[in-house]
Design a binder for this molecule. Structure first.
Ligand code: ADP
Ligand code: GLC
Length: 475
């Protein structure tokens, strides 16, 4: 039985801002079937402490980056957890990263350095009579694990860092070097220095034994200046250690046959009732064109500004759009302003149950991202026969079969892809979508193909298990 400590800053269903939480939440169960015991180390946000059942104190720290802390071990939501109860760092309500003013907490570098430090400590000394063979961190919040492991002799522990999004580099001013317990001798370009700043992500990128990212195409893209966010050189340098392992979705939470949020259906035909209900919920009338949906963080990454520009191509053909999202206030306002009677309806906010009803009732899901390491909503779409229209990038390139003439002739298309990612090409793609929708036989075939595509964790869990096994045998 392989022992793995997962170090994550969010984990569904306890605390979630995006897909990272889904992945951290799903991996332990997916790996359990493959002889991997994964325990997950999380910051003790109020939601996590509240959910922890019978949490037992297994270790104390007198000074964890500015205050005392206790490591708790226990279970919540089927997960085997280690939780850092450190009120001075984590006893703050709401979003795990942002204060009430919508800005990053100023002490985020210390808050997640503490997460990484405790991760390294558990890897070095064990906790609750258990010591991992592998410490597997996620994104910049776990980036310093390898720096701290250098200070805590544990030569037998191997490290993995998964890049969910290289755009978040976890920067801090060099003046914080001592506060962050970093070795000043490693503040250089082969260490954790990044354009004159301290970068937690870079620390992990140079230090981890293995690097993974969440799709094969994003793994390639990371090595290019266009997508590497200034770290493409590091990625090229570490190319031999990097693999792309596609995310899966939680097939029990996203199952059209049992989803409590919707009228059940097993075939695409069952979509009609859900679509009618969704239209009613969004105040949209019946229409000839496709009902498209979007469920997204509203940020530059997601290409939603391009969609606003391209929308006439959908509306002119009788299509409709229902949007659920939140984030950048400017984008939120732009969508509020774009709402259009009979055609475009917008909900600003975060609503898990509504997201299920939208996937169930939509004809198509739009994901026009400028970059997308993997993307999960197109996978939900595939499972529910909600045809994905996606940018040809990252995981969107790896999970959708474009309705090209060849794919249509062969009867294998599962969606629509467009490239380059700009408003004009997106406009074209929306027209293609409307044309396909108006040919019911073709459309049903695409839906059926989509629903038959495997989108679970089977293959990828095996890939992680193989990676861990490889790391622990090749010493
Ligand atoms: P990212 O992690 O970049 O945000 P993903 O597609 O990997 O993108 O994951 C986003 C996750 O967050 C999905 O599970 C999606 O359904 C969910 N999500 C995003 N925005 C909302 C929202 N406003 N309401 C409900 N769920 C949302
Ligand atoms: C990031 C990426 C997204 C990916 C998710 C989970 O948030 O933006 O594409 O699906 O992580 O890996």
């Amino acid at each position: 039985m392989m022992r793995v400590l997962s170090v994550a800053s969010e984990c569904a269903p306890l605390v979630k801002t995006g897909g990272l939480a889904d992945v951290a939440g799903a991996l332990p169960a997916a790996l359990a079937a493959r002889d991997v015991r994964m325990r997950t180390l999380l910051p003790g946000y109020p939601a996590v402490i509240g959910a922890l059942k019978d949490g037992a104190a297994v270790q104390t720290f007198d000074d964890l980056f500015g205050g005392p802390a206790t490591l708790l071990a226990g279970r919540a939501a089927g997960l085997d957890l280690l939780v850092i109860d450190a009120p001075h760092l984590y006893a703050r309500p709401g979003n795990p990263y942002l204060g009430p003013d919508g800005r990053d907490w100023p002490d985020n570098p210390e808050r997640f350095a503490a997460l990484s430090w405790v991760g390294a400590r558990i890897a070095a000394d064990g906790a609750a009579e258990w010591r991992p063979q592998i410490v597997h961190g996620h994104d910049w919040q776990a980036g310093f694990v390898t720096e701290y492991l250098r200070q805590m002799p544990a030569s037998d522990v191997r490290s993995v860092l998964t890049i969910h999004n290289i755009a978040f580099t976890g920067n801090a001013d060099p003046g914080r070097l001592h506060a962050l317990r970093l070795d000043p001798a490693r503040f250089h370009s082969d260490g954790y220095e990044y354009w004159g700043k301290i970068s937690a992500l870079k620390a992990g990128l140079v230090g981890a034994d293995a690097l993974t990212t969440v799709s094969p195409t994003y793994a390639q893209e990371l090595m290019t200046p266009e997508f590497g966010m200034g770290l493409d050189g590091v990625m090229r340098h570490r190319r031999a250690a990097l693999t792309g392992i596609l995310n899966g979705i939680d097939e029990s939470a996203w199952d059209p046959a049992t989803d409590p949020a919707i009228t059940n259906y097993r075939r695409p035909r069952g979509k009609a009732a859900n679509k009618a209900a969704l239209r009613a919920e969004f105040g949209l009338p019946d229409a000839d064109g496709p009902l498209c949906v979007i469920i997204s963080r509203m940020t530059q990454q997601k290409g939603l500004d391009l969609l606003l520009e391209a929308l006439p191509a959908l509306i002119d053909e009788g299509g409709q759009l229902a949007v659920l999202g939140s984030g950048d206030p400017q984008l939120e306002n732009a969508f509020r302003a774009a709402a259009l009677a009979d055609h475009i309806a917008v909900r600003i906010g975060y609503d898990e149950a509504l997201s299920h009803r939208m996937i169930a009732g939509g004809d198509a899901i739009l994901v026009p991202s400028r970059f997308e390491p993997c993307g999960l909503t197109q996978l939900y779409g595939l499972r529910y026969g909600t045809v994905p229209l996606v940018a040809l990038t990252g995981g969107l390139a790896d999970t959708v079969i474009n309705a090209s003439p060849a794919a249509l002739a062969r009867g294998v298309a599962t969606g629509i892809q467009f490239s380059p990612v700009d408003a004009a090409t997106l406009r074209n793609a929306l027209s293609r979508l409307c044309t396909l929708y108006k040919t019911p036989q073709t459309w049903s075939r695409i839906q059926a193909n989509a629903m038959a595509q495997p989108v679970g964790w089977d293959q990828s869990a095996q890939a992680y298990a193989d990676l861990y096994a490889g790391l622990t045998t090749t010493r």
